[in-house]
Design a protein. Structure first.
Length: 347
């Protein structure tokens, strides 16, 4: 990395609060936002209905202030990327009256190629985001909080876009799409995948590493009665059982260490954390399953690893017992194999 680019990276980190990009290309200094044509990006705002129009105007105004084209607020045929500003606040209900479960994040989805058994297929996948989603519980009016977060997220995205253009102008010359493996093959060999379930088409389960994670459950239930190792083995066995029920010949690597053939991970995560000051007697509980695998960004050819299939459930509870955790894990595994079967063994 030359001194000019090193200086720009330092300037970006200082000017935007020490940002660290969570997903980068093979060359660790190249952000995944390089080569981005803003005219192909559609802005989607997910928020309380009363704030949506205000947030759209605020976002578009910020692009104009930085002398960039404001993103379209409605998708058109030429929009191949989606910048989603997610600032949703939903009532918790009787558990904590006047409180809201709030989830702030921003993500960019782009066209990528992912390898399957017989061919690379083209899908939409996450190619840039801010921090990982972090739920909080808010009381009272959240309008100011949402507007401030919306402004900060859009400025972060603009900051990465400006840095990418300044540090890597070679990716913007005539904005060519870099040829990818399979790009020049007949369209029937590299189709666009219209259905979410088809993302799992051709997925090789013997190239998949299954990982189970419990995060911060100590305050939710008595860990003396639940041995971590036992839970890990339980879910590894359950996952293998699901897989073999679909195909008895399926080979699965369920080790916790990587091997030369494993380049995809399926992470089952059960996370519990305190709601802090707003509702101190409650817990925020998230159950999720994510398929993470190598992809290649269509517009610039950068390769990196990202989530291509995600299922999440977030709720606010007083406590979570082992029975509920087990049922949630079973449900997520069943969803994965339902989609996997629909994509690979259509009726």
């Amino acid at each position: 990395m030359d001194l000019y680019r090193a200086f720009l990276i330092m300037l970006l980190c200082c000017g935007l609060g020490g940002l660290v990009h969570p997903q980068e290309g093979e060359a660790s200094d190249i952000p995944t936002t390089v080569g981005l044509d803003l005219d192909t990006v559609y802005l989607e705002v997910v928020s309380p209905p009363a704030l949506k129009d205000r947030l759209v105007v605020q976002a578009r105004d910020l692009f104009t202030q930085y002398e960039l084209p404001p993103l379209a607020a409605k998708p058109l045929a030429h929009h191949r990327l989606t910048l989603k500003l997610h600032l949703m606040a939903e009532p918790i209900g009787a558990l904590c009256p006047d409180a809201l479960l709030y989830e702030p994040m921003i993500t960019l989805t782009s066209e990528v190629l992912v390898e399957r058994k017989s061919r690379p297929i083209q899908i939409q996948a996450l190619t840039w985001s801010s921090e990982a989603p972090a739920h909080t519980i808010e009381k009272g009016s959240v309008r100011q909080v949402i507007e401030e977060d919306g402004k900060e997220f859009i400025e972060k995205f603009i900051g990465y876009n400006r840095f990418s253009r300044a540090a890597y102008p070679e990716y913007y010359a005539n904005s060519p799409t870099i040829p990818l493996a399979g790009e020049n093959e007949p369209s029937s060999l590299s189709p666009r995948v219209p259905m979410e379930q088809a993302i799992l088409e051709g997925l090789q389960l013997d190239h998949l590493e299954f990982i189970f994670q419990v995060w911060n459950p100590i305050e939710a239930f008595n860990m003396d009665r639940v041995k971590y190792a036992a839970w890990t083995e339980q879910y590894k066995r359950q996952f293998k059982s699901y897989a073999q029920s679909q195909n008895p010949d399926t080979g699965l690597s369920l080790s916790q260490s990587h091997s030369g053939t494993i380049n995809k991970q399926l992470l089952l995560s059960l996370q519990i954390w305190p709601a802090q000051t707003a509702c101190p007697h409650l817990r925020i509980y998230e159950a999720s399953m994510r398929l993470s695998e190598p992809v290649q960004i269509k517009r610039n050819g950068l390769s990196f690893t990202t989530d291509t299939w995600i299922r999440r459930k977030v709720s606010v509870v007083k406590e979570v017992d082992s029975k509920q955790l087990s049922a949630e894990a079973d449900s997520l595994m069943a969803e994965f194999f339902t989609d996997y079967t629909a994509a690979n063994y259509p009726r």
